[in-house]
Design a protein around this ligand. Structure first.
Ligand code: ADP
Ligand code: MG
Length: 659
């Protein structure tokens, strides 16, 4: 009979998983796939060790339940036998005498209750025989089904070293099926192990101690102190000590060989893995290797939680001591001879589930995607569930893991998103401010357009009549000065009104291609420059062809240049400098004049804000500049210093014009 019945034992409860990766870390077979933020068990890779079931704090990993199957069997007319694993004293530690379990099993409807410990006695006997007769060099014990699965799937080289002996459960089943053949018995194994559910087709049903308690509850079968019955024969001898570590050795009487180096014992995921690797690579050689996936069967995933290992061990030891004292050894020998004649063999097959090792290049590529470029980036923190970054990368290539499982990567991503968010917040703030400003300008524009329009006609009349009057007045007329003043001021008013209309104009841009170098030079020629002001033009760019509305941009530049000149009443240098960036041209209009005070900086783009005194400034230059630049999808910045103690004073207006 070959090992395994192909059943999948562990199930995932979707949506309960909180992706802590503990199961990934604990799974020796790497049978857990993280997909869409859920840790899913891959049935064909799973070795049913139950580690994930034990460690999942969310209860997202469960093992399949066979309680309904059992209840149906018990309700039928079948001859159902309970085969109880030798760890039962560790599970039912609330009983004064563990044998109180037997009447409870009978109450439930089992026709017989027997100890699988006897199967362990038989297996020990078969092992010894095999070791005597076979020329096999290494014997790896095959009684832990999770270990057998692990070797069959991931260490094909070692499959031939598995001892080809049935497990105690299967041995016991074969005995019962032979002994009670006429009654066609159904054998139910009750134990601490969930891998047993996938071990064999010979057993009719496998339930855990936890499931047995559920069935007791469902059928209202309770413990009664003092109600004790012994198990049905055959009785177990030393095989009853099987479920504690080194139990098999004790059963075989091999403990003396422990010091000889011929015997290697390992239990628990980590130790077992190390020993198997060392056996595979030939690092260790031993005749007998006993491997248990759990720390002894008494720590199996089908036990009720919270029991302490040493207490459980003590319960089993006490039970074994008292039962050995009671044992009828001659009767035991008869039973052992009977089972000794049965076929106790077991075969194993290679079911290679190893992943192919990806190329160095692919691994490096995935590592780079996680932001790991050299060994110093490999934190090997284990947060992802894999012991090294490289193993994580290999699992990603295998489709078992996701990049997002890497904690340092996730933190880095989070930081990036935070700063991106910060940046877009800033941009949003800027846009809000610009919008507010725009709105203000639009309102002002509407108002000023209205006023300007109404004022234009009466101003025309005043100008015309004052000029007519001037023409008619003699040169020495005493009123001439007054009329001249009226004409002059009316003229000035017209200029202001003209500016207002300019500002309010929401006209379309008439864009064409122009050379910025020529354009800047021309702008400088169209302003009146006093003698005490030097003018400079420089350019980093040879060919700066930009697309803009010539007339309106000319207003921008001349306004800035006029302001610069007006800021240097005692002379200085007005310079225009042209630069090129990736996506913009930059025109910088600079002066070394008075500079702008910090409190005025907020106001300079506000219509009618001027520091130039009545009759001199209109305060409409910069708002106009701002509006035109915005219409060109450009940007304007100001750098200024008005405090001589902080360095040379002056102002730079910097225009960025998209190419
Ligand atoms: P106006 O020139 O009519 O005053 P603007 O809108 O052109 O109106 O300028 C507004 C104000 O900004 C000016 O009155 C001045 O205080 C300040 N300003 C503009 N350009 C400069 C500059 N280059 N240096 C110092 N102050 C300036
Ligand atoms: Mg001005």
């Amino acid at each position: 009979m070959s090992h395994g019945n192909g059943k999948y034992v562990v199930e995932t409860l979707m949506n309960k998983c909180r992706v802590c990766y503990t199961c990934v870390r604990e799974c020796p077979a790497k049978a857990i796939k993280i997909i869409n933020g859920q840790a899913e068990v891959l049935g064909e890779r799973c070795i049913a060790c139950g580690n994930c079931v034990k460690v999942c704090s969310q209860g997202a990993k469960i093992y399949v339940s066979n309680t309904n199957e059992l209840l149906e069997m018990l309700d039928s007319n079948d001859f159902v036998i309970a085969a109880v694993a030798p760890s039962f004293p560790a599970e039912f530690d609330e009983f004064d005498d563990p044998r109180a379990l037997v009447p409870m099993l009978r109450d439930l409807g089992f026709k017989l209750a027997v100890e699988v410990g006897f199967g362990a006695d038989a297996v020990a006997q078969a092992y010894q025989k095999l070791q005597r007769e076979s020329d096999q060099e290494i014997f790896i014990s095959s009684d832990c089904p999770a270990i057998v699965y692990y070797i069959e799937q991931y260490y094909p080289k070692l499959v031939s070293s598995l001892a080809r002996v049935a497990s105690p459960m299967v041995a016991m089943t074969r005995y019962l099926k032979e002994k009670y053949a006429p009654r066609n018995p159904k054998v139910v194994f009750i134990g601490p192990c969930i891998a047993k559910k996938a071990e064999s087709n010979e057993v009719d049903c496998v339930i855990t101690f936890q499931e047995l308690r559920q069935v007791f509850n469902a059928r209202q079968v309770t413990y009664e102190a003092g109600k004790i019955t012994d198990f049905d024969p055959p009785h177990a001898a030393k095989g009853a000590v099987f479920p504690v570590s080194k139990g098999m050795l004790h059963t075989m009487g091999l403990h003396d060989d422990l010091l000889s180096g011929d015997v290697v014992v390992a239990e628990g995921k980590q130790n077992v893995r190390e020993v198997i690797q060392a056996l595979d690579s030939g690092e260790i050689k031993a005749r007998h290797v006993e491997l248990l996936s759990c720390e002894g069967c008494i720590m199996g995933p089908g036990m009720s939680p919270q029991g302490k290992r040493y207490q459980r061990k003590a319960h089993v030891a006490n039970y074994v001591a008292s039962k050995l004292a009671r044992l009828d050894w001659s009767k035991w020998q008869v039973d052992l001879d009977f089972i000794g004649q049965l076929d106790m063999s077991q075969s194993f097959q290679i079911m290679d589930r190893r992943s192919k090792t990806p190329t160095r290049e692919r691994i490096d590529h995935v590592l780079a995607e996680m932001g790991k470029y050299d060994s110093s980036d490999h934190l090997n923190c284990g947060a992802c569930g894999y012991s090294t970054c490289e193993k994580h990368a290999m699992a990603i290539i295998d489709g078992l893991a996701e990049i997002e499982m890497c904690l340092p990567y996730a933190i880095e991503k989070l930081h990036q998103s935070l700063s991106a968010l910060d940046q877009s917040n800033h941009l949003l703030d800027d846009a809000k401010r610009a919008l507010k400003h725009q709105e203000k300008l639009a309102n002002m524009g509407q108002l000023s357009a209205g006023i300007a329009h109404e004022l234009n006609n009466p101003l025309g009349v005043i100008t015309m009549y004052s000029n007519i009057l001037l023409d008619e007045l003699a040169q020495d007329d005493p009123t001439r000065n007054d009329v001249e003043l009226i004409a002059e001021q009316a003229d000035r008013c017209k200029k202001i009104v003209g500016g207002l209309l300019n500002f309010a104009r929401k006209n379309q841009l008439q864009k064409s291609e122009y050379s910025l170098v020529e354009f800047c030079k021309q702008s400088l020629q169209s302003v009146v420059v006093p003698d005490n002001v030097q003018v400079e033009f420089s350019s980093d760019v040879q060919r700066a062809i930009a697309f803009f509305d010539y007339d309106q941009m000319m207003q921008v530049l001349t306004n800035l240049e006029k302001n610069a000149i007006e800021a240097m009443p005692h002379g200085g240098t007005l310079s225009v400098h042209l630069k090129e960036h990736d996506e913009t041209f930059e025109i910088r209009v600079s002066d070394n004049g008075t500079g702008i005070s910090p409190e005025n900086m907020d106001k300079i783009f506000t219509p009618f804000f001027t520091t130039k005194g009545i009759g001199k400034g209109t305060g409409l230059g910069l708002p106009l500049v701002y509006g035109i630049i915005k219409m060109h999808h450009g940007k304007i910045e100001v750098e200024t210093n008005n405090q001589p103690e902080k360095g040379p004073t002056g102002t730079h207006f910097i225009i960025h014009l998209p190419k």
